[in-house]
Design a protein around this ligand. Structure first.
Ligand code: SF4
Length: 170
């Protein structure tokens, strides 16, 4: 179960292809210039069970990937881990945004590490207004990286994705 601020079932801006995006309620980062400040409070939102969210994803036959966005998904790491496991079993690519960096999550809570080990792609780091760019695919500011999580975990350091899909090429 996770507490959501919203769901987009046909997103084309949170990763390649048509995706379902689950927006987490609650964010501790409070980045100046954040586009979703209504997601900051850890109160409110809509609690939703894993099986309900999986059914929403499966309801869109064009959906090939799922993105966790925010808010801060890693602030509800246990619930998003459960969702990621259920969706991976069904063959969906899982990406997550986080205001934490990969290095911070590597040293995070056991639940955060578990979630990190389950996803395919991490778009990491806070939004930094001075580094804002409209030129980079799927990110708001240039400090943010699109990381190949399995490769990053295998090498113990952040490895950026070389997938052309994640460079915005379809
Ligand atoms: S991490 Fe994301 S949701 Fe949280 S304040 Fe920063 S930009 Fe907003």
């Amino acid at each position: 179960m996770v507490n959501l601020s919203g769901i987009q079932s046909d997103s084309i801006v949170d990763g390649p292809g048509i995706r379902t995006t689950f927006f987490s309620q609650g964010c501790p980062h409070h980045c100046p210039g954040c586009h979703n400040p209504e997601t900051w409070p850890f109160t409110g939102g809509t609690p939703m069970d894993t099986d309900v969210m999986v059914a929403i994803v499966e309801d869109n036959p064009l959906c090939r990937g799922v993105t966790f966005s925010g808010g801060e998904p890693f602030a509800q790491a246990e619930g998003f881990w459960e969702l990621a496991v259920a969706l991976k079993e069904k063959g969906y690519e899982i990406a997550s945004y986080s205001g934490y960096t990969f290095e911070q999550l590597l040293n995070g809570t056991p639940a955060q590490k578990k979630l990190l080990e389950t996803i395919d792609v991490l778009i990491d780091g806070p939004f930094i207004q001075a580094e804002k760019s409209l030129e980079i695919a799927f990110r708001g500011s240039k400090n943010q990286r699109i990381l190949d999580v399995p490769k990053s975990l295998a090498s113990g350091k952040a490895v950026e994705s070389t997938s052309m899909r994640w460079q915005g090429e379809y």
